[in-house]
Design a protein. Structure first.
Length: 329
């Protein structure tokens, strides 16, 4: 049984149509990682400054809402710091111990950030219920001014993090925390207006609960996405059966494509392994180039390992056929 491997850096430009060489892919990923670091560092610094402002405003006005939002921002600042460290470590090159590099740390950071949202939601709901039963006086003027400043700061941070790679769950996790802060600031502004003009002291805890439900929905979505990547699930939008059909139609020398696995290491980094059975006399090098180019152009796979089976799958003969990969004859 022969083995052939298709790697992005094995081909010079032009050898695989539409497929960039490995060095360009690594350079683009490094640039993306550096951009993520700068965004996250800016978001962390601004969020830290605002949590100090909101804590001071809460103490000055006696507003539990602002103090709770400052606590929210403290959690978010720690989450942004974790995301920044995740992006920093993710930029480290691969080595003998981590042959795929450290990019998966970004996904792990996004997963942890999402989990902290569940704890945060529980805290907000608890505080809201306590305020419903034990309302506290609020100086709505100071509360409104500080809440508006916090709202502006969160808008700036969210715009800074906007436009990230949709696969980058680390930035997505950080954005989720900032979105929670933004919604919390909106709730604080509305609560301050309600207390100031309508004397509705109950508006603050009720709006806090509504915001918590929105955060909970987003947190669950992020946990599912990042957990799917950590479990090396098939990336969103990739249908393995369709991959098989497209690859089998890519070259007349391909008899069968099976044991297809496609997974995502981190944002913008997809891997694939598969077996290809070829007709006698077929140029294996030509087929490997076609398979590699098709995977890259249609499914953004940057690294593919292809095993060529001479006359049937050896794994099936050895009883290893039930590996969970896509398999059709």
């Amino acid at each position: 049984m022969s083995h052939d491997h298709a790697h992005p850096h094995d081909h010079a430009p032009g050898h695989a149509p539409g497929h960039a060489p490995g060095h360009a892919h690594d350079h683009d990923h490094a640039n993306a990682a550096g951009g993520s670091e700068r965004k996250l560092l800016f978001a962390f610094v601004l969020t830290t400054i605002m949590l100090v402002v909101e804590a001071a405003g809460g103490l000055a006005s006696g507003s539990l809402a602002l103090l709770a939002d400052a606590g929210h921002m403290l959690v978010d600042a720690l989450a942004l710091l974790l995301a920044f460290l995740g992006a920093r470590f993710a930029a480290r090159p691969a080595d003998a111990r981590r042959t795929y590099g450290y990019g998966r740390i970004e996904v792990l950071a996004g997963f942890v950030n999402a989990l902290t949202q569940f704890a945060l939601v529980a805290f907000i709901v608890y505080e809201a219920v306590m305020r419903l039963f034990h309302p506290a006086p609020i100086l709505s003027g100071i509360m409104l001014a500080v809440a508006l400043v916090g709202l502006a700061a969160n808008v700036i941070v969210l715009r800074t993090l906007h436009g990230h790679d949709p696969d980058d769950v680390n930035i997505a996790g950080a954005s989720l925390h900032v979105l929670g802060d933004l919604l919390g600031s909106v709730a604080a502004v509305l609560a301050a207006l309600a207390v100031r003009w309508l004397a509705w002291n109950w508006a603050d805890p009720v709006l806090s609960i509504l915001v918590s439900l929105l955060i909970l929905r987003s947190a669950w979505s992020l946990v599912r996405r990042s957990g799917h990547i950590l479990l090396e699930g098939t990336p969103e939008g990739v249908d393995l059966a369709e991959v098989q059909r497209q690859l089998m139609a890519a070259d007349p020398g391909i008899v069968d494509i099976h044991h297809v696995h496609i997974w995502q290491v981190t944002a913008g980094s997809r891997m694939a392994t598969l077996h290809a059975e070829l007709a006698p006399g077929t140029d294996a090098g030509r087929v490997l180039t076609v398979i590699k180019a098709t995977l890259s152009e249609r499914w953004r796979v940057g690294h593919a390992t292809v095993q060529v089976d001479p006359g049937g799958c050896q794994d099936d003969r050895e009883g290893c056929g039930q590996d969970g990969g896509s398999h059709a004859h």
